[in-house]
Design a protein. Structure first.
Length: 122
């Protein structure tokens, strides 16, 4: 009886597990993206940052999350470990934001000055 039930419901169990994992990853990523965007948006009152709207902060986060999300997806295809996927995605996004901050300081004028300096040197 138990094996028969398992065989009949195997597809439903797999689909429900995939649906639950998709919801878990999507919800956690959504909270992480909006939370990070909110904290970057709070820098609007600082004269050193040129990010003035929440839309700009959200765009920055979504653009920075492409490579970490792609890496987490590839790791998920290789090794099916949800905690590893979430860790790679979260830490990758944090490192991308850190690299963007180191390079631009969230200031367009600093980024333009640095790019004009590299253009004149080459």
């Amino acid at each position: 009886m138990n094996d028969e039930w398992n065989n009949q419901n195997a597809i439903y169990r797999r689909l429900s597990s995939i649906l639950l994992l998709t919801l878990l990853i999507s919800i956690s990523f959504t909270f992480f993206v909006f939370g990070t965007s909110f904290f970057i948006w709070l820098t609007r009152k600082n004269h050193l940052s040129n990010i003035k709207t929440f839309k700009e902060a959200l765009n920055l986060i979504l653009n920075a999350s492409f490579i970490p999300t792609l890496s987490a997806m590839i790791i998920g295809f290789i090794q099916y470990d949800i905690t590893l996927m979430l860790t790679v995605q979260s830490m990758g996004l944090a490192l991308m934001i850190l690299m963007i901050f180191v390079k631009t300081k969230f200031n367009d004028s600093l980024a333009k000055e640095e790019s004009s300096l590299t253009n004149t040197l080459t």
